[in-house]
Design a protein around this ligand. Structure first.
Ligand SMILES: Cc1cc2nc3c(=O)[nH]c(=O)nc-3n(C[C@H](O)[C@H](O)[C@H](O)COP(=O)(O)OP(=O)(O)OC[C@H]3O[C@@H](n4cnc5c(N)ncnc54)[C@H](O)[C@@H]3O)c2cc1C
Ligand code: SF4
Length: 523
């Protein structure tokens, strides 16, 4: 008789990948166990408090990793039911069609994915429906073709952002509404779940109106009697059969004690850094370099984007509450002057003086932090970093995470910043100051006290890539380990290249794709 601790499927991690997979497999009726090291984010006023969230890091992981020089690294990552989606900005982009093919960058080659955009398209459509994405098709010049409209209308711009959008359009750019996973009903504000507040990006949603994996996937999955969740369950290692071809035990540390679980199929979805660490920690005689690591690829090709937060200070204030509505992708694949990809321009949530005090920018002359925050447009610029085998996750002797990362492909990003500066100087829509309204661009130093860029960990991907060749990839096209018959990975680790748009929707869509494969296998 099967033991009570034996399941059909175990999913480790409840973020974008794991939570979505649980949701998709729940209706199969199979016994499914979710193991999550974190707990539920407590619902409390601090959820929406800048000081608690951004200055005190109340909800941030308390672990200390190290960088390649052995220096302490305090990762800005979140261990909770829902994973990092509890804190994300919910900008839910599809990768561009081109991102699935090989692309020549100034700094090298961005490799092709083993699947095409067309393979993932139906799952993107389902992902957008599941995560309540609000957007408008066909305005973003890099938008890939889609088989259905967005399920909800785009989130409107507030007046200052609309003014900027008009200015950009006048300059010949094609600004668009960022696709957002927030449950906002602008036509019926009285009944709208989302109240359009200023504490969304980086904060948990106190009213459960953000489409995070807990709210839209894990909680509904748990409505099925065949699905269960154990929180506070840190998966330490995976053990295999003597042949090494099956994972036979999932070893968990919970409340300081060791517990064992097993399943016919084990799915790892701990986020790109922790998933790689788990496989490396699970080395055994049959897998001496780490579980499923005959290729020596596990942990390598870590990517996290080249990111900047830039505050464009204007003489006029920016009273915007929900700022993350505007995007510009005109330079995503290059420009007339520069034949290589540069990246993506959009916004972070509106910065305030309290948040700025956690990583103070160079202060604009005549401004205080509060004044700067009141007058800033807070841009988020993302460019693609390339998969370098030496940018990698390893473990130190105690099994702690070591993250080695040397930035690459930065030239395009530098040009993107200069391009933004140039277009900001050409604004005319301000009735008072015209193009003189723009004071300058200031870099917000997000990374004080951090050894690697915070955002580098936020967009972590690439450490357990999928591909056709077992010599150069860990997973096959279905995200099953080449070396192990019942082991899958469905989080950001699988990315062969990072693109320059936010990763979560692609993680979600891929989890839905893998779920379809697994449903066939479970049958
Ligand atoms: C502040 C912030 C803003 C962001 N904004 C955006 C955005 O606007 N758009 C976007 O697309 N992306 C955004 N991201 C990134 C996005 O959140 C991630 O890409 C996404 O959540 C990654 O999904 P995942 O499944 O790979 O991992 P995660 O969501 O990180 O989930 C991993 C889960 O595994 C658990 N876990 C880890 N190790 C173990 C273990 N050993 N045992 C058991 N459980 C374990 C973790 O607790 C976690 O719940 C943002 C991230 C942050 C931090
Ligand atoms: S903007 Fe909406 S979804 Fe975001 S935190 Fe506020 S209420 Fe929640």
């Amino acid at each position: 008789m099967a033991s009570a601790n034996h399941y059909d499927v175990i999913i480790i991690g409840t973020g974008a990948g794991g939570g979505t997979l649980a949701y998709a497999l729940a209706p199969t009726g199979k016994r499914i166990l979710l193991l999550e090291r974190g707990d539920y984010v407590p619902r409390e006023k601090d959820n929406w408090d800048s000081r608690a969230v951004n200055v005190q890091g109340k909800y941030q992981a308390k672990e200390v990793w190290s960088d390649q020089d052995g220096k302490a690294l305090h990762p800005h990552t979140n261990y909770w039911v829902g994973g990092n989606t509890k804190f994300y900005g919910a900008a839910l982009f599809r990768l561009r069609k081109e991102d699935f093919r090989e692309i020549k960058h100034y700094g090298g080659i961005s490799p092709a994915w083993p699947i095409s955009y067309e393979d993932l398209e139906p799952y993107y459509t389902r992902a957008e429906q599941l995560y309540h994405v609000h957007g408008e098709r066909g305005v973003d010049p890099t938008d890939p073709p889609a088989s259905a409209p967005y399920p909800h209308p785009a989130v409107s711009h507030e007046p200052r952002i609309q003014q900027l959008s008009d200015d950009f359009a006048r300059l010949g750019l094609r600004p668009f509404h960022v696709p957002l996973g927030v449950m906002l009903d602008e036509k019926n504000p009285r009944t709208s779940t989302c109240i359009r507040c200023n504490t969304c990006d980086g904060f948990p949603c106190l009213v459960y109106a953000k489409s995070d994996s807990q709210v839209v996937c894990v909680d509904p999955a748990l409505q099925h009697a065949n699905v269960s969740l154990i929180t506070g369950a840190l998966v330490r290692t995976l053990e295999t059969s003597p042949t090494g071809r099956e994972v036979t035990k999932v070893i968990v540390e919970r409340n300081g004690a060791r517990e064992e679980y097993s399943a016919n199929i084990v799915i790892v979805a701990c986020g790109a850094i922790n998933s790689a660490a788990l496989l490396l920690r699970s080395a055994n005689d049959r897998h001496p370099r780490g579980l499923a690591n005959s290729s020596d690829v596990v942990g390598r090709h870590y990517m996290g984007h080249v990111n900047s937060v830039l505050m464009a200070i204007s003489k006029c204030p920016n009273p915007t509450v929900f700022q993350k509505t505007l995007g510009v992708n005109d330079f995503y694949l290059g420009s007339k002057e520069w034949d290589f990809p540069m990246g993506h321009i959009s916004f972070v949530g509106k910065l305030d003086g309290v948040t700025l005090s956690a990583g103070a920018p160079a202060i604009a002359p005549g401004f205080t932090l509060d004044l700067m925050a009141n007058h800033s447009l807070d841009f988020w610029l993302t460019s693609e970093d390339l998969p370098d085998p030496n940018n990698r996750v390893t473990l130190d002797r105690e099994g702690n995470i070591v993250l080695a990362y040397k930035p690459n492909n930065e030239e395009g990003h530098g040009r993107l910043i200069k391009t933004l500066e140039r277009v900001m100087q050409q604004q005319t829509k301000c009735q008072v100051h015209g193009h003189e309204c723009h004071v300058g661009l200031f870099s917000r130093n997000l990374f004080i006290g951090q050894r690697i860029p915070l955002a580098g960990v936020a967009h972590q991907n690439g450490t357990i890539r999928f591909g056709h060749d077992p010599k150069t990839s860990v997973l096959d096209v279905n995200c099953k380990a080449h070396d192990v018959d019942n082991l899958y990975v469905v989080d950001g680790s699988v990315f062969p290249s990072s693109s320059a748009v936010n990763p979560a929707l692609t993680i979600v869509a891929n989890a839905l794709r893998v779920a379809d494969h697994l449903k066939g296998r479970l049958r």
